[in-house]
Design a protein around this ligand. Structure first.
Ligand code: TXA
Ligand code: MG
Length: 360
């Protein structure tokens, strides 16, 4: 069904209190209260929200995104009190994590209180992912509407997550009631998803803006297990991990090794690819751009190799730009999977369907 998608421009100002946005968000709030779907900015990526308690509203999210129904949604809240009616008693470490990192890019998997949420949100699991986003517009929208918001990233399934309202518009125009344009998101990659296991360990299901070093600093005595170590041994615990996400239309290949070798290898590939008349792109760190600009049709910068936060912010927009330009082959540099670099490499590997050349 084709809908008229409204776009509300709301200037987000950290210094303003939540009620400052009340007037500007009135129509979006009314739409959510009427069971419709509204995209909104968070500090990670844009989310597509609907009332998590209402099945028809949540169904609309899956339809607009073309999302498989066995992939559960994260529920966004504005206050801890709002969460109490949605979950059952949970581990004290989960509580300490909330106090330390909320609002912020951290989703915590908790036992769901039966009957409190639409079963579509949890995709039949006994747990629910909860997060309090660190964005004034998101927090105000949740508070004003009084709805816990189920919200996956606001892209069509299989496309890169949106870091600008224009990305949401590209993907969901005519499919949702409205889009709140609050400018560029902050982190640029989705939240860290984790669970506290009974033994009191943290298990990371998806790396994100709250990094392992940040967790270790806050909780030095807690053991942290990452899903990648488990992947080979069992089915993924986070259902979303099994889907190919974030794939650009062109074929993306990552190249890893000593920098001179990487540059030489990509350079040789570019010459070959050009001979074969492909449209070729390169994704590289700012310091290395010059090595590729003569041969590639387009080189996009991930910012400085010394500031991976920039790369996190730029990655998804870059993947979308390659699509827009109909680039057929994309070669990409990689980074150390440390700090935010871990989330970055996780998303790059997924976008590349794990195609990576290792140079010795
Ligand atoms: O930053 C973010 O988290 C963004 C913004 C909008 O908040 N949202 C987001 O949602 O990335 P989505 O739906 O694209 O990713 C949710 C991830 C999926 O991998 C899903 O499988 C996992 O969280 N997940 C949700 N509920 C879960 C549960 N109960 N147990 C395990 N994994 C869960
Ligand atoms: Mg997503």
């Amino acid at each position: 069904m084709n809908k008229q998608t409204k776009v509300w421009k709301v200037f987000s100002d950290e210094k303003q209190e939540a009620h400052h946005y009340a007037e500007k968000l009135k129509e979006a709030v009314a739409a959510l209260q009427a069971g419709k779907q509204v995209a909104f900015p968070t500090e990670t990526v844009y989310g597509l929200g609907a009332d998590a308690r209402v099945t028809s509203a949540v169904k609309g999210i899956f339809e607009a995104k073309g999302r498989p129904s066995d992939n559960p949604l994260i529920v966004h809240i504005a206050t801890k009190e709002q969460m109490t009616e949605l979950v059952l008693p949970y581990h004290p470490l989960a509580d300490a994590l909330m106090d330390k990192f909320w609002p912020g890019p951290l989703t915590i998997i908790l036992p769901v209180r039966p009957g409190s949420l639409s079963p579509l949100v949890t995709a039949g699991l006994s747990t629910v992912g909860i997060r309090m986003p660190d964005h004034p517009i998101a927090l105000s929208l949740i508070a004003q509407s009084g709805c816990p918001l189920a919200a996956p990233s606001a892209n069509r399934s299989g496309r890169p997550s949106p870091t600008l309202a224009s990305h949401v518009f590209e993907d969901l125009q005519g499919k949702v009631a409205g889009i709140i344009d609050g400018g560029a998101t902050g982190v640029g990659l989705e939240s860290t998803v984790l669970e506290v296991i009974d033994t009191g360990h943290i298990r990371i299901l998806r790396p994100g803006g709250v990094t392992i070093p940040m967790l270790q600093e806050a909780f030095p005595n807690i053991e942290i297990i990452t899903e990648s170590e488990l992947e080979s041994k069992q089915a993924p615990r986070s259902p979303g991990m099994k889907y190919t996400h974030y794939a650009p239309q062109g074929q993306l290949t990552l190249v890893e090794g000593k920098q001179e070798l990487v540059e030489k290898y990509i350079h040789e590939q570019l010459i070959r690819n050009k001979e074969q008349q492909y449209k070729v792109g390169v994704l590289a760190f700012e310091e290395h751009i010059a090595a590729y600009s003569a041969e590639a049709d387009i080189v996009l910068s991930l910012g400085s190799i010394h500031q991976l936060e920039q790369a996190a912010m730029k990655l998804y927009a870059a993947l979308r730009q390659f699509d827009e330009l109909d680039v057929q082959l994309i070669w990409s540099e990689v980074c150390e999977p440390v700090g935010i670099g871990e989330a970055l490499m996780n998303r790059l590997l997924k976008a590349a369907s794990h195609q990576m050349i290792h140079l010795l």
